[in-house]
Design a protein around this ligand. Structure first.
Ligand SMILES: Nc1nc2c(ncn2[C@@H]2O[C@H](COP(=O)(O)OP(=O)(O)OP(=O)(O)O)[C@@H](O)[C@H]2O)c(=O)[nH]1
Length: 226
């Protein structure tokens, strides 16, 4: 929200009902603007805000040459969490995940509730290795922080998919970028869940990385060329 100058009474009355009304309305509009962009359960930004920010950041990447990463996060076997522990426990798990996403990401990143039990984190000005480190930190923290119901930990885990958008990839749409991260997410699910998957570099030559980056990736996740 941009800083706004407070309106002044045109006839300089110390108490002006019109100005009071304007300020009250302004405050209400700000509240509604926030509400429209926020998920009421978790307090995170919602899909609407996610879509707008992703478009903006991709445009910034095209202009500034600084890459944008997208991490899609989906809670594992969430239907079972609801079925076994109850809908309220499921809600607690969603709130806990939202808090973890806020705490494990940078101030300039945008964590959002994408829908249901899926979250998206937009990371501006970042490289693939750093984005994967953030994703791994999120995965680890979700698996580590207990979500307690009736004195028992429900054992929450998540699968994550990471994609990187660079200017040299040309003008792809925000939806195509999300689909790329989502494909990685489904790969993480297929490979056994509670893990991070990223785009296989060898199958996507336009996602070229330096030797040093390849080495760092290999150290973090092993060799994915098989
Ligand atoms: N408690 C709660 N549950 C939700 C909410 N939104 C979506 N869900 C539930 O999330 C579950 C998602 O289940 P699925 O899409 O089958 O996926 P899953 O069980 O997580 O399985 P995998 O993704 O394959 O690991 C459904 O049972 C939804 O009802 C919510 O706001 N609160």
């Amino acid at each position: 929200m941009t800083d706004q100058v407070n309106p002044q009474c045109p006839v300089n009355e110390p108490s002006c009902p019109i100005i009071d009304e304007v300020l009250t309305l302004r405050h209400e509009v700000q509240g509604l603007q926030k509400q429209v962009r926020t998920d009421s359960l978790t307090g995170l930004y919602n899909f609407r805000h996610f879509s707008d920010v992703l478009e903006q950041e991709m445009e910034r990447t095209r202009r500034s040459q600084q890459a944008t990463a997208l991490i899609m996060v989906d809670l594992d076997h969430f239907k079972k969490v609801n079925d076994n522990w109850g809908h309220e426990a499921g809600n607690q798990a969603l709130i806990s995940t939202a808090q973890i996403l806020s705490k494990t990401t940078r101030q300039l990143d945008t964590p959002c509730r994408y829908g249901g039990e899926e979250f998206g984190v937009i990371l501006p000005s970042i490289d693939l290795v750093t984005a994967l480190q953030v994703a791994e930190r999120i995965r680890e923290t979700i698996a580590l922080i207990p979500v307690m119901v009736d004195g028992q930990d429900i054992g929450l885990t998540a699968s994550l998919g990471v994609a990187l958008y660079e200017a040299k990839q040309g003008a792809i749409s925000a939806q195509q970028f999300v689909e790329r991260a989502d494909r990685c997410l489904y790969q993480a699910k297929e490979q056994g869940r509670n893990q991070v998957a990223h785009e296989v570099l060898e199958r996507k030559p336009e996602l070229s990385v330096s030797l040093a980056e390849k080495e760092a990736l290999s150290n973090m996740f092993g060799d994915h060329r098989e």
